[in-house]
Design a protein around this ligand. Structure first.
Ligand code: HEC
Length: 214
C-alpha cells in the first residue's frame, strides 16, 4: 500500500518549511538593529541634545512618523523611498556633522523601514531624560558581578604553578598561545657573592649624595 499523497506533502513541508523560514530575511527591529545606529550618529542632534535640530526627534518610531515643520515625511513605514531620513543619510547630508553611516548601516536602516519599521515591544509613553533600554542593559558593564568559572589547565606543569585562581586565568590564555609563566627566580642565597647585604648601607650612602644639601 502506498502512503496517502497528502502525507508525503506534509512530510515534505515539515522538512522544507524550516529551511524556508530560515531563508526569509531576518526581521529587523528598532531596539535591536536600528537604535544603536541612530544613537551613535543622530541622537545628539535629534533627541538627546539640548535642542531638537530641525524639530526632528528620532528616539521613538512614533516620533519619526511625525512630519517635519516643512511637511516632509521623516519616516514612512514600508516606504524607504518616501522616508526623508533615509534619503538624507544616503546622500550624505545627515548626520550634518560627524561620522557618516557605513553602507551596511544604511542598508539596515533601509531594510528596517521596508519591513514596516518594526519594534520589539510597545514604546514608552514618555522618554525618560536618561533612557537606557533593555538592549543597552545587556552590555557587560551593566551586568551584575558574577563569579567566573576558573579555567581548567591542560598542562600539569601549569597546574602546579597556580597559587591563586587569577594565575589559572592567566595561564589558560598563555596555554592557548603555547606559552607559560617565566621560570621562577630562586630564593636569594646569602652566601652567594654579589648578594652581600652588608653592601647595602654603602649603596645607600652613595645614593644619598644626590640629595639636595640642607
Ligand atoms: C550635528 C547635528 C546633526 C546630526 C548628528 C544629525 N542631524 Fe539631522 N538635522 C540637523 C539639523 C541642523 C537639521 C535641520 C536642517 C534644516 O532645517 O535645514 C536636521 C534635519 C534633519 C531632518 C529633517 C530634514 C527636513 O526635511 O527638514 C532629518 C530627517 C534628519 N535631520 C535626519 C538625521 C539623521 C537620520 C541623522 C543621523 C544619521 C541626523 N539627522 C544627524 C543636524 C543634525
Amino acid at each position: 500500500m502506498h502512503p496517502h499523497p497528502s502525507k508525503s506533502i506534509l512530510l515534505a513541508a515539515a522538512i522544507f518549511l524550516p529551511a524556508l523560514a530560515f531563508a526569509e530575511p531576518h526581521e529587523l527591529t528598532l531596539e535591536r538593529d536600528v537604535r544603536p545606529i541612530l544613537k551613535e550618529h543622530c541622537f545628539h542632534c535629534h533627541g538627546e541634545g539640548e535642542k531638537l535640530k530641525g524639530g526632528v526627534d528620532l528616539r521613538l518610531r512614533r516620533f519619526m512618523e511625525k512630519p517635519t515643520k516643512d511637511g516632509d515625511k521623516v519616516m514612512v513605514p514600508g516606504k524607504p523611498e518616501e522616508s526623508e531620513m533615509l534619503q538624507l543619510v544616503r546622500d550624505g547630508d545627515m548626520p550634518e556633522k560627524g561620522k557618516k553611516l557605513t553602507p551596511a548601516e544604511i542598508s539596515t536602516l533601509e531594510q528596517w523601514i521596508a519591513q514596516g519599521a518594526k519594534t520589539l515591544r510597545p514604546e514608552p509613553e514618555q522618554v525618560p531624560k536618561v533612557w537606557i533600554t533593555e538592549e543597552e542593559r545587556e552590555y557587560w558593564a551593566f551586568q551584575p558581578i558574577r563569579r567566573g568559572k576558573v579555567p581548567q589547565l591542560k598542562n600539569a606543569a601549569d597546574v602546579a604553578r597556580v597559587r591563586t585562581p587569577i594565575d589559572a586565568f592567566l595561564l589558560a590564555k598563555l596555554e592557548q598561545k603555547g606559552l607559560t609563566f617565566s621560570p621562577e627566580g630562586g630564593q636569594a642565597d646569602p652566601s652567594a657573592p654579589g648578594d652581600d647585604r652588608s653592601h647595602r648601607p654603602a649603596a645607600h650612602a652613595r645614593g644619598s649624595r644626590h640629595l639636595p644639601r640642607r
